[in-house]
Design a protein around this ligand. Structure first.
Ligand SMILES: CC(C)(COP(=O)(O)OP(=O)(O)OC[C@H]1O[C@@H](n2cnc3c(N)ncnc32)[C@H](O)[C@@H]1OP(=O)(O)O)[C@@H](O)C(=O)NCCC(=O)NCCS
Length: 155
């Protein structure tokens, strides 16, 4: 339980082992490799945050920024919350916080892909204002993906 002790901070490469452990708990076969997470954490264009409950890392999010036409676009690459800490608003806070950072950096829109059978994630994104833009046939090999987007313009 962490109702009162949830904190968020920028992720660091020093936390790689723990983040990889959470990633494999959350995604199993589709998890990023440790090397990929290391790469993402250290990329100049990435924004990554961890959520801590009583000083233990219980979730994280990694996003990227890239130029698109005359603006910057954001892309959420992974969002993970430990099974033991779900349904307490942690993902919602991580996503809200990364969007805030994106906006401060001039990002105008944010997008992401999700498995079409990932009901929890789809509900989360739609609750936070993401709208379905396209179906991605076979995106996950054995499952289709959904491409979602949110305008961060005036938020
Ligand atoms: C998806 C995930 C990140 C959600 O994390 P979480 O901290 O439990 O989510 P939150 O508590 O912030 O939930 C916010 C909203 O999302 C929706 N939601 C979250 N989990 C849900 C579930 N299991 N079933 C239905 N809706 C769900 C609800 O609308 C919820 O609001 P509510 O609790 O007021 O109803 C988490 O389940 C997870 O890590 N899953 C494995 C990794 C994954 O699939 N990541 C997304 C890949 S695109």
């Amino acid at each position: 339980m962490c109702a009162m002790m949830l904190t968020m901070e920028q992720a660091s490469i020093r936390q790689l082992d723990k983040l990889y452990k959470i990633e494999t708990e959350c995604f199993k076969k589709e998890a990023f490799t440790k090397h990929q997470i290391a790469h993402l954490l250290t990329d100049y264009n990435s924004v990554s945050l961890i959520a801590k409950c009583n000083n233990e890392i219980v979730g994280f999010i990694i996003g990227m920024m890239y130029p698109e036409r005359n603006a910057l676009a954001g892309h959420i690459l992974t969002i993970d919350v430990l099974l033991s800490h779900r349904r307490r608003g942690i993902a919602q806070k991580l996503l809200g916080e990364i969007e805030k950072i994106f906006v401060e950096k001039g990002v105008k829109s944010c997008r992401l892909e999700v498995r079409e059978d990932n009901a929890a994630a789809l509900r989360l994104y739609q609750k936070l204002g993401y709208r379905k833009v396209a179906k991605l046939d076979g995106y996950y090999g054995n499952a289709h993906g959904i491409y979602l987007k949110k305008d961060l313009g005036e938020s």
